[in-house]
Design a protein around this ligand. Structure first.
Ligand code: CO
Length: 275
């Protein structure tokens, strides 16, 4: 299990090096690495032997990986050693699964500096054990200081929700975005149809998901015990690579409603300004 976590990805990997460190401390001296290392192609020198045939459809990706690993080690010989020692990110990123929104790259952070959860349309649902577990681990164990819900303009999931496209099972998931759309139907109806309305719903969806994060038992408990942690709402532009702050920053459960109302008003005010 620890082996898988050495692959330097930032996505939700619960068996991190801090947990490994705890396990190693609990083991008798001399036995520390034995139960964790195990045999396998991703450890030590074995990782460099690639049995994949060149004709394999994923051979180019493995070749890319070898090159990337080599480049990283050449630039910074201690890079991977540091990563295996500790995972101590200050940020949890809850973003869309869209392949054009690479979390670490956008904010130019290295692996280990950003804990990541992604799903279609960056939705936070109070019965989603996957998202809640990531949040709980990030808040309670990693002690992140900031949680960012990051949407993006032109989100296919949001557009499908708005236009009621019939795509199968995923419509059940997108129902949560339709709830956001219904909640703000009167004001959304005044926005020009097409891309402008999709983009407004992308922004509103971020704001409502920020509220959902704030209303989890995880955040309620953290704030109750005085933990210093703030939830933010951002939106990313696929067309220019820029993140826009939606001006909703919640560090206190007492301001959730007022922060939401202010951010929602700002979303619709920009249309008035443009008109
Ligand atoms: Co999306």
């Amino acid at each position: 299990m620890a082996r898988n976590c050495r692959t330097a990805h930032g996505d939700a990997c619960l068996i991190d090096s801090r947990a490994t460190w705890v396990i190693m401390r609990l083991l008798p001296a001399g036995r520390a690495s034995a139960p964790l290392a195990g045999p396998g192609p991703a450890t030590g020198q074995a990782a460099h032997r690639n049995p994949m045939k060149p004709s394999h459809p994923l051979a180019s990706l493995i070749a890319n990986n070898r090159e990337w690993s080599e480049k990283r080690r050449t630039a910074d010989p201690e890079f991977f050693t540091r990563l295996t020692r500790l995972q101590a990110p200050e940020y949890l990123w809850i973003g869309c699964a869209d392949s054009r929104v690479p979390a670490n790259e956008i904010v130019d952070l290295a692996p280990g500096e950003l804990f990541v959860h992604r799903n279609v349309a960056n939705v936070v649902v109070h019965t989603d054990l996957n998202c809640l577990s990531v949040l709980q681990y990030a808040v309670d164990v990693l002690k992140v200081k900031h949680v960012m819900v990051v949407g993006h303009y032109g989100c296919g999931g949001v557009a499908a929700a708005l236009n009621n496209l019939k795509l199968g099972l995923i419509n059940n998931w997108l129902r949560h975005v339709q709830d956001v759309s219904q909640k703000h139907a009167t004001l959304l109806g005044k926005v020009r149809q097409g891309a402008p309305r999709v983009d407004r719903l992308c922004e509103l969806n971020v704001i409502e998901q920020v509220v959902n994060v704030c209303q989890t038992t995880v955040m309620e408990s953290a704030w109750e015990r005085g933990q210093d942690i703030t939830v933010h709402g951002w939106i990313y532009g696929l067309n220019n690579g820029l993140v826009r702050d939606l001006d909703i920053d919640v560090a206190d459960p007492g301001i959730i409603e007022s922060a939401r109302d202010r951010a929602v008003n700002a979303v619709f005010a920009q249309d008035t300004m443009q008109a």
